[in-house]
Design a binder for this molecule. Structure first.
Ligand SMILES: [Ca+2]
Ligand SMILES: [Ca+2]
Ligand SMILES: [Ca+2]
Length: 286
C-alpha cells in the first residue's frame, strides 16, 4: 500500500471510528456539584443522564460515605422517570450504597417489557431527585459516585453486581459513563444587605431633631462623624449640604416632604448607589 493510499485508508477508518466514538460519548450519568448545610434534612440532588439512544429502562448504582450523609430515597416523579411503570430503590445505609432500577414500559398481562415506552435520546435529562440528610455537624466535603460492580443490592442474596446502564429499544444494554460529584458541607453565609433609614443620621432607628443637629455639626463644626453618609443625604442628590438638615427639620416639624427612598421607616439600600456617598457602617438595627 503506498503512502497516499494508506493515509486515505486511515482517514476512512478514523471517520467511522471517530464518529461512533463521538456518538457513544453521549451516554453518561451525572450529578452537579452541590452544597448543603451541616446537620440538614430533606436535601435533594437531581440525577441527570445524557443518552444517545431512546431508553426503555435504567439501572444505576451509587456509592457514598454513610458516616457523613444518609440517602433516604429516590423520587422519580420529579423527572423523566415519572413515566416509569416500575421503579425500585434499594439503599444500604450501612455500606453507603444505593441502587435504582426503572422500567418505562411493562406489559403486565403478557409479563414482558414493552419497548414502545421510552425516554427519548438527548442531553441534560433529569431522571428524578435523590433525597438525603447530612448527618455530620462538621464542615467538610464528600464525594458521591456512580460506581459499577457494587455488591448486588438489587438481588436479595447480594450475588449479583450492579452496573450503571440503560436498555435501548431492542432490549440491549448500553453502558453509562460514570462520574463523581463533590458535595460541600458548609454553613450558609447569610449576606446582610447594606440597608439604612434615610435621615436617621445617628442610626438609632428614629427620625428626631438630633439627626438634623448632628448633620449640621458634621458639616459646619466637624464635631460629628456619621457612620452612614447615605443617611445624611436627605434628598438623595449625592451631596451632603445645608438643604439636607433643613429638609429633615421641615419634614419633622412642618410636615413637608419625607426623605428620599428607602425613606425613614423602612431599612433598604440606596437606589442611587452611583454617587460618591456610601454607607460604610450600616446600622445594626436594620
Ligand atoms: Ca435618629
Ligand atoms: Ca443632599
Ligand atoms: Ca444616593
Amino acid at each position: 500500500m503506498n503512502t497516499k493510499l494508506f493515509n486515505t485508508f486511515g482517514l476512512v477508518v478514523c471517520a467511522v471510528l471517530c464518529l461512533s466514538l463521538s456518538l457513544n460519548a453521549a451516554d453518561r450519568v451525572y450529578m452537579a456539584d452541590a452544597t448543603a448545610e451541616p446537620s440538614s434534612n430533606d436535601n435533594t440532588l437531581p440525577v441527570m443522564v445524557e443518552i444517545d439512544q431512546n431508553a426503555t429502562g435504567f439501572q444505576l448504582a451509587i456509592k457514598y460515605d454513610p458516616a457523613l450523609i444518609e440517602i433516604t430515597g429516590f423520587d422519580g416523579s420529579t423527572g423523566a422517570l415519572s413515566e416509569a411503570q416500575w421503579l425500585g430503590t434499594w439503599i444500604s445505609q450501612a455500606d453507603g450504597e444505593l441502587t435504582i432500577g426503572a422500567v418505562l414500559g411493562l406489559d403486565a398481562e403478557a409479563e414482558e417489557f414493552n419497548f414502545n415506552e421510552v425516554i427519548e435520546a438527548g442531553a441534560d435529562i433529569k431522571l428524578g431527585d435523590l433525597s438525603y440528610n447530612v448527618t455530620t455537624d462538621q464542615e467538610t466535603t464528600t464525594e458521591i459516585a456512580f460506581q459499577n460492580s457494587l455488591p448486588g443490592i438489587l438481588s436479595s442474596d447480594r450475588a449479583l453486581d450492579t452496573f450503571n446502564l440503560y436498555t435501548d429499544v431492542d432490549g440491549a444494554t448500553v453502558d453509562l459513563d460514570l462520574s463523581t460529584m463533590t458535595l460541600t458541607i458548609e454553613e450558609e453565609i447569610i449576606v446582610v444587605p447594606d440597608g439604612f433609614r434615610r435621615g436617621d443620621v445617628d442610626s438609632n432607628g428614629a427620625l428626631e431633631i438630633t439627626d438634623a443637629i448632628n448633620n449640621l455639626s458634621y458639616q459646619f463644626l466637624g464635631t460629628y462623624s456619621p457612620a452612614c453618609f447615605d443617611a445624611c443625604d436627605f434628598d438623595d442628590n449625592g451631596k451632603i449640604e445645608l438643604t439636607d438638615p433643613i429638609g429633615n427639620l421641615s419634614h419633622q416639624f412642618l410636615g413637608m416632604a419625607p426623605p428620599a427612598p428607602p425613606g425613614k421607616d423602612v431599612c433598604g439600600p440606596d437606589p442611587t448607589d452611583d454617587d460618591e456617598l456610601d454607607c460604610a457602617d450600616p446600622p445594626s438595627n436594620c
